[in-house]
Write a new protein. Structure first.
Length: 439
C-alpha cells in the first residue's frame, strides 16, 4: 500500500441501475476515507461493477477484469456478472472477491479484508447526496430491485432476484436530498418501474404528512411536487400507466415514457413471454397523445428472435410505421447464457439478423427525421450539458442522457452546464436538433 489514504480504482459497467449500485459503493468508500482514482496504476485496489445481460456486455466485463488484473492485480468483482461467481472465479482465480449485484455491504467487507479503512468513518465528510457518477445536474433514482417477469430472453431475475420495492417515503427522502443538492433532473429507474409496490401490496407510508401508497402513480405525483424534471424509464405498459399521462399533460412530470415493447408480433411476444397486443397498444398510444400531445415515447426492440419469420418482421415494421415512436433502439437477439429462449426452435441466422436490424433502423431514421423536422420553429427549454467549439450540447425534455439525441446550441454567449436555457429550433437531422438561444 502507498502512503496516505488507500486508493481505489472503480470501473462501472452496464445500465443505470448498476450505476446507482456503483454510486452507493463509492459513497461508502469515500465516507470511510478511501480515495477514488481514475486509473489502475495509481490504485491500491480495483473494483469492477460488471454487466451480464447480453453476450457483448459479458465480454466487455471479462475483458475489463482481465485488463485490471494485468495492470493492477488486486481486483474485486461485483455486479450482475458477479452473480455467476463460479464462471468468474474459474477464469480468474486470483480475484480478491466476487459478489453479485446491489451488494454494497459484501463489497465493503472484501475491501476491509484486503485494504483496511484508514480511520473512523464517523470523522469523514461526504456530500449528503452521496458520491454520484453522473453530472451534478441530474441523477438516477432507483425505486426497486429485481423483477417478477420471466421473459425468455432475459436472465435479470436470476441475477437480481424478484421485485423488491423501496418504501415510498425513503425514495422521496432521497429525492429531496438530491433536489436540495441542486439536481435539475431525476431519472426514475428500476427493472419494472410500473410494477412499483406490487410486492408490498401498495403499502401506505407517510411522507411529510402526506399518506402515500407505495404505487407507481402516487410516486410520480409526489415527485412532481419538487418542480424539477422527472423522467420515467423502464415502464411496462400496464393499464394503470394511463393514470400518469394527465400528470404529464399538467406539467408535473416530463411527458416522456420509456416503454420496452420488444416486438409487435403476437407469436414472438408469446415466445418472449412478454405482454402486449399490437392493436391495443396502438389504441392506447393514440389515447395518450390525445391527452398529452407533447408526449415522447422511447422504446427498444429485438429482431432476429428465434422463430421470427419475414411475416413477423413485417408486422414489427408495420407497428413501427403506425406507432410513430419518437426514440427507438434495436438489438439483434443475443443467446445469453442461461436464457430459456436459447432452447427455442428455428434460430435466425446471423446474416438475416443483421439485415433486419439495418432495415429496421433505416425505417426508424425516416420516422425520427420527420418527427424532429416538425420541431423546427418551436421554442423549447433545454438543459445545458457541455460546451463545444460552436456553442453547447443540450437536452430537451425529449432527450434522456446518453441514449437519445441532443440539441446543438450555436451561440457565443456564456451558458452554464446544468442550467436551463430557452432556445429556438432552427434545423433537425435524423436524431438531433439544432438551435439558437431565444431572444
Amino acid at each position: 500500500m502507498t502512503g496516505g489514504a488507500p486508493r481505489v480504482g472503480f470501473v462501472s459497467l452496464g445500465c443505470p441501475k448498476a450505476t446507482v449500485d456503483s454510486e452507493q459503493v463509492i459513497t461508502q468508500l469515500r465516507a470511510e476515507g478511501y480515495e477514488i482514482v481514475p486509473d489502475y496504476d495509481d490504485a491500491d485496489m480495483v473494483i469492477i461493477n460488471t454487466c451480464g445481460f447480453i453476450d457483448a456486455a459479458v465480454e466487455e466485463s471479462l475483458e475489463t477484469i482481465d485488463q485490471a488484473l494485468h495492470q493492477n492485480g488486486q481486483v474485486i468483482v461485483t455486479g450482475c456478472l458477479g452473480a455467476r461467481a463460479d464462471l468468474i472465479s474459474e477464469r480468474f482465480p486470483s480475484l480478491l472477491a466476487v459478489t453479485g449485484p446491489h451488494a454494497r455491504d459484501e463489497v465493503m467487507q472484501a475491501v476491509h479484508r484486503h485494504l483496511p479503512a484508514p480511520h473512523d468513518p464517523f470523522l469523514d465528510l461526504v456530500p449528503k447526496q452521496g458520491i454520484r457518477l453522473t453530472p451534478r445536474h441530474y441523477a438516477y433514482l432507483k425505486i426497486s430491485e429485481g423483477c417478477n417477469h420471466r421473459c425468455s430472453f432475459c436472465i435479470i431475475p436470476s441475477l437480481r432476484g424478484d421485485l423488491v420495492s423501496r418504501p415510498i417515503d425513503a425514495v422521496l427522502d432521497e429525492a429531496q436530498i438530491l433536489v436540495d443538492a441542486g439536481i435539475r433532473e431525476i431519472l426514475v429507474i428500476s427493472q419494472d418501474t410500473s410494477a412499483y409496490g406490487v410486492d408490498c401490496r401498495y403499502a401506505t407510508r407517510f411522507w411529510r404528512g402526506q399518506p402515500l401508497q407505495t404505487r407507481f402513480v402516487d410516486l410520480a405525483r409526489a415527485l412532481g411536487q419538487f418542480g424539477i424534471w422527472v423522467r420515467l424509464h423502464y415502464v411496462y405498459p400496464y393499464p394503470h400507466v394511463d393514470d400518469v399521462i394527465p400528470l404529464m399533460a399538467d406539467g408535473a412530470i416530463l411527458p416522456y415514457l420509456d416503454i420496452p415493447f420488444q416486438h409487435a408480433s403476437k407469436k414472438i411476444l408469446q415466445a418472449m413471454r412478454r405482454p402486449g397486443n399490437r392493436d391495443r397498444v396502438l389504441e392506447r398510444i393514440a389515447k395518450w397523445r390525445e391527452i398529452c400531445p407533447e408526449l415522447v415515447i422511447r422504446s427498444t426492440f429485438i429482431v432476429g428472435f428465434p422463430g421470427e419469420t419475414d411475416a413477423d418482421f413485417d408486422e414489427l415494421l408495420d407497428f413501427l410505421e403506425s406507432a410513430q415512436l419518437d426514440r427507438v433502439g434495436c438489438f439483434t437477439y443475443s443467446p445469453v447464457d442461461g436464457a430459456t429462449a436459447n432452447a427455442l426452435p428455428k434460430p435466425v441466422p446471423e446474416a438475416i439478423k443483421q439485415e433486419r436490424y439495418h432495415y429496421f433502423m433505416q425505417k426508424q431514421q425516416q420516422i425520427s427525421a420527420l418527427k424532429l423536422s416538425r420541431r423546427i420553429g418551436q421554442r423549447m427549454p433545454v438543459l445545458i450539458e457541455s460546451a463545444t467549439d460552436e456553442g453547447y450540447l443540450a437536452r430537451s425534455y425529449a432527450d434522456a442522457p446518453e441514449i437519445d439525441g441532443v440539441v446543438h446550441v450555436t451561440t457565443d454567449a456564456a451558458l452554464s452546464r446544468g442550467e436551463f436555457c430557452d432556445v429556438d429550433i432552427t434545423c433537425a437531422d435524423e436524431y438531433d436538433l439544432y438551435a439558437v438561444p431565444s431572444r
